[in-house]
Ligand binder design. Structure first.
Ligand SMILES: [Ca+2]
Ligand SMILES: [Ca+2]
Ligand SMILES: [Ca+2]
Length: 342
C-alpha cells in the first residue's frame, strides 16, 4: 500500500534535505597563502578586493619609539599606529622566567629600508629572539613586509597563536599555534607576505620556529623590518581626512581633495569623507579638523591651503572662516580653482 507523505511532512523533508546539502557545501577553511615577492602579494590583495594599509614607521605615531643610536634608545611595550597595535611578544613566546627587564618595540636607522626608520624589538641587551605581535581591532587578511636578519641568511615567518590547524607550508607548534615559515633567507631586506582569507586579529612576526626533540622552541633570530603592507577590509580603517590611507592627514590628502573638488562620483580615496559621493566643503572641513594627524604638522592647515593656492568660492568663505581658516583669497571666482598648485 502506498503511503504518501502529507504536504506538511513533505515540506519538512524538503527543508531538511536542503539544510543537509547546504551544510555539505560549506566551504572548507581557506588555505593560508605565502608570498615571497611583494608584487605578487599586492596583486593578490587587489584580487581579493582588500584595502591596503602601509606602515613605514615614519609617522609621528612612532615618535615615542625612536632609537637614534645605541646609547639613546626609547622602546615602548606597545605602540599604536593607524589603529594597529605593535608590541613586544618575546616574553610571551619565550618565557619571562629569567628576565625582569622591559622589552619593547622601537625604530632606528639601521633597519630602515625606506625613509629614516625601521622597526625592531629592544630587549635591554638580553638575548631574546625578535618576536613582535601586531594586533588589529577587526579581522584583517594579510600581512607582508621587508625583513632583514642579523646575521644575514636567516628566515622569518608568522606565528598565529592558538591555532591548532595549518596548511602547507605551515605547521602546528603544539602549545604555540600555527607557524608559517617565510623560507626567504634574508640578505638585506627581503619581502615575505602572507594572506589568510579567513582573517586574523593578531600575528607574531618571528623566526622560523620549531620544537626540537626535547620539546624546546628554537629557530628564533634577530631582525628588523620596514615597509609593511596589510590587507584590511574596505572602509574599516578609514581615518577622517586620510584619503590615501597612509595614516597621515597632510598635503597629499589636501591635494587629492583639490583634484576631485566638486566631483559627484567620489569615494574615500577621492576625498569624499562624508560618504555622499560629493567632494565639497563638508569634506574639506573634515580634513581641516583632522589636519596633522599622524605626522608632525610643521605648517597649519590654513597655511597649507594658502600655500596650495586654494581659491574658495565666495559663499564658502564664511564656512571656512567659521572653522578658523585665514583665507586671504576670498574673492569672486565663481568656480573652485583647478585645485592646488604646489
Ligand atoms: Ca621606514
Ligand atoms: Ca594621508
Ligand atoms: Ca562628501
Amino acid at each position: 500500500m502506498k503511503q504518501d507523505l502529507d504536504p506538511a511532512a513533505r515540506q519538512c523533508l524538503a527543508v531538511l534535505i536542503v539544510t543537509l546539502l547546504s551544510l555539505l557545501a560549506l566551504p572548507a577553511e581557506a588555505a593560508v597563502e605565502r608570498y615571497k615577492t611583494e608584487s605578487a602579494y599586492l596583486a593578490r590583495l587587489s584580487q581579493l578586493g582588500l584595502q591596503t594599509l602601509t606602515e613605514g614607521f615614519e609617522s609621528s605615531a612612532w615618535d615615542v619609539a625612536r632609537s637614534p643610536n645605541i646609547n639613546d634608545r626609547h622602546a615602548f611595550p606597545q605602540v599604536i599606529s593607524q589603529t594597529l597595535l605593535w608590541e613586544s611578544a618575546a616574553k610571551d613566546v619565550w618565557g619571562s622566567a629569567y628576565s625582569t627587564k622591559a622589552h619593547g618595540v622601537t625604530t632606528n636607522h639601521n633597519w630602515a629600508r625606506s625613509g629614516l626608520w625601521g622597526i625592531y624589538e629592544d630587549h635591554n641587551g638580553e638575548p631574546y629572539p625578535t618576536t613582535i605581535r601586531v594586533t588589529a581591532p577587526v579581522p584583517i587578511f594579510a600581512v607582508g613586509g621587508w625583513f632583514d636578519t642579523n646575521p644575514d641568511g636567516q628566515s622569518v615567518g608568522f606565528l598565529f597563536e592558538g591555532r591548532t590547524t595549518a596548511n602547507e607550508p605551515g605547521y602546528v607548534l603544539p602549545g604555540y599555534g600555527a607557524m608559517y615559515p617565510g623560507d626567504n633567507p634574508s640578505f638585506g631586506h627581503e619581502f615575505v607576505g602572507i594572506v589568510d582569507p579567513d582573517g586574523f586579529t593578531s600575528v607574531i612576526l618571528t623566526g622560523t620556529l620549531q620544537l626540537n626533540e626535547e620539546n624546546v622552541l628554537e629557530g628564533g633570530n634577530i631582525f628588523g623590518a620596514d615597509d609593511f603592507t596589510f590587507g584590511i577590509p574596505q572602509g574599516q580603517f578609514d581615518y577622517p581626512g586620510d584619503a590615501n590611507h597612509d595614516g597621515m592627514v597632510n598635503l597629499t590628502d589636501l591635494q587629492i581633495l583639490g583634484d576631485h573638488w566638486q566631483s559627484s562620483a567620489a569615494g574615500w580615496t577621492e576625498a569624499d569623507f562624508t560618504g555622499d559621493n560629493f567632494v565639497n566643503l563638508a569634506d574639506l572641513q573634515i580634513l581641516g579638523d583632522h589636519w596633522g594627524h599622524g605626522f608632525s604638522a610643521d605648517i597649519s592647515f590654513d597655511q597649507a591651503v594658502q600655500q596650495a593656492g586654494f581659491i574658495i568660492p565666495e559663499p564658502a568663505c564664511f564656512a571656512l572662516l567659521s572653522f578658523g581658516l585665514m583665507i586671504s583669497t576670498c574673492h569672486r571666482p565663481s568656480e573652485f580653482s583647478q585645485g592646488l598648485i604646489a
